[in-house]
Design a protein around this ligand. Structure first.
Ligand SMILES: Nc1ncnc2c1ncn2[C@@H]1O[C@H](COP(=O)(O)OP(=O)(O)OP(=O)(O)O)[C@@H](O)[C@H]1O
Ligand SMILES: [Mg+2]
Length: 235
């Protein structure tokens, strides 16, 4: 049951001679929730971007289902490893138009099936009536859900989320965390979420990986002693 979906071996990332990530050895377990927790500048986004090859390590190896990700065609990898960014990305038109974008771009082959669109919306916590609404008129929280829904249409095995709640008020943030938690529980999706907020880590649960100064300082299950031992101010 504890198969690593993604494994990092001695991963290092250097930019302009500065070491951003060093000696990262990590396993992300299939079907589990993971939190990358750490202060600003710790290297969380840098690490996340390596997992779907938006960037490559300077040294070390990353494996996906035990295959070196360098040997997996990049589009195939990105279909399997979906990503939701901190600031939601929306396009002109309705929610439906937005959900059709990956089909139009050929990222998803075939035609969009209305049922699929509705299912993805509902799984992300938006009602199906939203399909006809203008994307530009949605709240930030709703846009963020739309981004999750669009990522789900690819039927990813892993969902990466980079501070998805940072632009949300606490009620919308809690709702989004709850929806993503359900995606993990209902679909068995492997989830890796970046946050610098302890409260989010507590609400989300799962395996917590504490990153500081480009390295993993501690990792473990979400347990009181673990979280309480961290500084309450991670920002
Ligand atoms: N393109 C780049 N060129 C040079 N340095 C970079 C680049 N991207 C990030 N860095 C540096 O790498 C370090 C880690 O950045 P990263 O964005 O991964 O941090 P983070 O943990 O995601 O922070 P935050 O919580 O503020 O988003 C920072 O010191 C940052 O300045
Ligand atoms: Mg970041």
């Amino acid at each position: 049951m504890n198969n690593p979906k993604i494994e990092l071996l001695n991963v290092q990332k250097t930019r302009n001679g500065t070491v951003i990530l060093k000696e990262i050895n990590l396993k992300f377990i299939s079907g589990k929730r993971h939190i990358l927790l750490g202060p600003s500048g710790a290297g969380k986004t840098t690490l996340l971007r390596l997992l779907n090859r938006m960037d490559d390590p300077s040294s070390g190896e990353i494996f996906y289902d035990e295959n070196n990700i360098k040997n997996i065609p990049i589009l195939e990898l990105r279909r399997k490893v979906g990503m939701v960014f901190q600031i939601p990305v929306t396009f002109e038109g309705t929610v439906k138009d937005n959900l059709m974008v990956p089909y139009r771009l050929g990222v998803i082959s075939g035609n969009a099936d209305e049922n699929e669109l509705e299912k993805a919306l509902e799984l992300s916590g938006l009602q199906t009536e939203y399909l006809g609404r203008k994307a530009s008129e949605l709240s930030v929280g709703e846009k963020q859900r739309l981004n999750v829904a669009r990522a789900l249409l690819n039927k990813p095995e892993v969902l990466l989320l980079d501070e998805p709640t940072s632009a949300l008020d606490s009620e919308s943030a809690n709702k989004l965390l709850h929806s993503v938690k359900e995606l993990n529980e209902v679909l068995g999706l492997t989830v890796i979420m970046v946050t610098h907020q302890l409260e989010n880590a507590r609400l989300f649960g799962g395996k917590i990986i504490h990153i500081a100064n480009g390295t993993v300082v501690r990792e473990g299950e979400e347990e009181g002693f673990f979280l309480n031992s961290l500084s309450s101010n991670m920002s």
